[in-house]
Design a protein around this ligand. Structure first.
Ligand code: CO
Length: 293
């Protein structure tokens, strides 16, 4: 009798409460995922930084599946020849859609909202409507967006270095972009470095501030030693060659020419907990937006 009554009740609920029942069913089928997006690196020693980000993300977002995508076609093809298969952001997302993921947060591991970040934003918007759309997809902001991001990152990077004496300086190499995308973030960050340490000079490979600005500052202060630090997610090709390489046009050679001893610190920002936390806070914000839908 009890069983019958239950069955009757169930039928009535399914009939009269269609909306409520449907919503419950949809919730049960929610499949959440995270995609971490980096430029990628083919330097095995530089992978440490990406592995560290991966570990921290898995610790913090335990119940959610985490995947990676590399934006650089060159790096992906190079790694594929070594048998290491990485997806582009679009390929990773399409694959997840096929596997039934419904709610996805994509986290940019870029430093600034520059050209590459905007390419990623275009890819994410492709998955927002049309036949392969997720029920919800959100894009996490790159590292340096708000003033507080800049403050936290500068403090963490300086905190990761050895104790600095009156004779030491710090030279940081960001990437930047020749068309100026991301310049504002780097200029603000350079100012914050100066505020926190009078001899911490940030320059970029392609944008502003430039190596000329760094050299001018080194000339003005003439420190005895300069720590050379990549202001990039990984200590990859730029860090090893353009910053710390022995070629005559490397930053090391240019600064050493002023009589300053150069000490390269080949550590990517992905290896610094305080920096990774900023990226993961942005991911947490993106997840909240994705889960709302
Ligand atoms: Co480059």
């Amino acid at each position: 009798m009890k069983v019958r009554f239950g069955a009757l009740f169930f039928a009535a609920a399914a009939c009269c409460g269609v909306m409520g029942f449907a919503a419950g069913k949809e919730n049960a089928e929610m499949k959440k995922g995270i995609v971490l997006v980096a430029f990628g690196t083919s330097v095995p020693e530089a992978r440490i930084a990406l592995d560290h980000i991966d570990r921290r993300a898995r610790e913090r977002f335990k119940d959610i599946e985490i995947r990676w995508a590399y934006t650089s076609t060159f790096i992906r093809r190079k790694l594929a020849k070594e048998g290491l298969v990485y997806n582009s952001p679009l390929a990773a997302l399409v694959k997840m859609h096929e596997e039934g993921f419904t709610h996805v947060a994509v986290q940019s591991l870029h430093i600034a909202a520059g050209a590459e970040f905007h390419e990623l934003a275009k890819t994410v918007s492709l998955m927002r409507s049309g036949p392969d759309a997720f029920r919800s997809i959100a894009l996490g902001k790159p590292l340096l967006v708000r003033r507080v991001d800049v403050e936290r990152v500068v403090e963490s990077v300086l905190g990761s270095l050895p104790e600095l004496s009156q004779e030491d300086a710090v030279v940081l190499m960001g990437h930047g972009n020749e068309h100026g995308h991301g310049d504002m973030a780097f200029l603000a960050t350079a100012a914050q470095f100066q505020k926190m340490h009078p001899r911490a000079f940030l320059g970029t490979v392609e944008g502003q501030p430039s190596l000329d600005d760094v050299i001018e500052n080194c000339r003005k202060h003439l420190p005895k030693r300069a720590y050379l630090v990549p202001f990039m997610g990984v200590a990859g090709d730029h860090a090893r060659n353009d910053l710390a390489g022995d070629e005559p046009d490397s930053w090391k050679s240019s600064i050493a020419a002023l009589g300053i001893e150069c000490i390269p610190v080949l550590k990517g920002m992905g290896e610094i907990d305080g920096v990774v936390d900023v990226w993961l806070d942005h991911l947490s914000e993106a997840l909240k937006i994705a889960e709302k839908e």
